[in-house]
Design a protein around this ligand. Structure first.
Ligand SMILES: Cc1cc2nc3c(=O)[nH]c(=O)nc-3n(C[C@H](O)[C@H](O)[C@H](O)COP(=O)(O)O)c2cc1C
Length: 285
């Protein structure tokens, strides 16, 4: 295995941006709706974005200084002036229009008109909601964090969420349902990710204090059949089974390789009891 190391101090801001966005990916997209001091609407996407606390609920996104000349973007200027904003999430059905909204329009141009999205009145802030978005948050500015001052430097806007809005059809048991949102995220270059179908999967949370990788039988760790994910799933077993008491069943495979294939099959179908029973057999062959 060969690993390449790049010193951040050797990168110019454009290269650093390419390494950041290529490495920290996929990133969720904040579609930020703001108004300027005169009340003119603005809409632009930002993928330097995430949630940072639940009490009170906080998010942050970063409309950074332009890499070419260090000037600030309209979104930053509007939030600095009004201290409020709306963050809308972006579904796959919205990506092409969102891309149009990301162009650099002149001050005072309403990107709702340019991109064709539908503005709706918000409850607590002057900025508009985006009717097409599955989930949105009205926010009050909590803090501005300057991360430098030169071209490409970060301007992080932390907002306290005043309320969530979600389309009813996006909810299951009163919460946003990952299977319905069809959210998109940003990767490096011009790549995006769509969170839908096979791209979504569930993992059981660690069961209390799971047994851990270190307690797995050594023979399994050297298997060419069991993957890191198979071993990880076994390591997430709540209590170490008594491997000396695992009953054999008629029809059990006999060779080491066949047994490991059967173990892998059981793990991948979430039948851990059967996997451990077969592991008991594997230890004796
Ligand atoms: C998907 C996507 C994500 C983006 N993420 C960011 C970001 O995190 N920070 C940033 O400064 N610009 C980002 N941009 C570029 C801004 O959207 C772009 O500079 C926009 O013109 C800013 O608009 P404004 O001047 O109206 O605020 C992104 C563009 C796209 C298409």
């Amino acid at each position: 295995m060969s690993i390449r190391t790049i010193l951040a101090s050797d990168l110019d801001p454009i290269q650093a941006n390419a390494w950041l966005t290529g490495s920290i990916a996929p990133r969720p997209i904040a579609f930020a709706s703001t108004v300027n001091a005169a009340g003119v609407r603005n809409l632009a996407p930002f993928s330097f974005f995430n949630a940072f606390g639940s009490n009170p609920p906080m998010l942050a996104f970063a409309p950074n200084r332009r890499g070419r000349d260090g000037t600030t973007k309209h979104t930053y200027q509007n939030v600095a002036a009004t201290k409020e904003f709306v963050i809308a999430t972006v579904s796959h059905a919205m990506v092409q229009q969102m891309n149009v909204a990301s162009a650099e329009y002149a001050e005072g141009v309403d990107e709702f008109l340019k991109s064709g999205f539908t503005p709706l009145a918000a409850t607590f802030v002057q900025a508009a909601l985006v009717a097409e978005s599955p989930v949105q948050m009205e926010c009050r500015l909590h803090q501005v964090v300057e991360l430098g001052g030169g071209p490409g430097s970060g301007l992080m806007l932390i907002g306290e969420i005043l309320c969530f809005h979600a389309k009813e059809e996006m909810l299951t048991n009163d919460l946003p349902d990952p299977r319905k949102l069809d959210h998109v995220a940003r990767n490096g270059g011009a790549f995006y990710t769509r969170a839908m179908g096979d791209s979504l999967f569930e993992i059981a949370k660690p069961a209390g204090k799971p047994i851990g990788f270190d307690r797995l039988p050594e023979v399994l760790k050297h298997s060419h059949i069991l993957s890191g994910n198979d071993l990880g799933r076994l390591a997430n077993t709540a209590e170490m089974p008594d491997l000396s008491a695992m009953p054999a069943k008629p029809g059990d495979p006999e060779g080491a390789q066949d047994l490991e294939e059967a173990i892998a099959k059981a793990v991948r179908s979430e039948d851990l009891a059967e996997a451990w029973r077969l592991i008991g057999q594997r230890l004796w062959c």
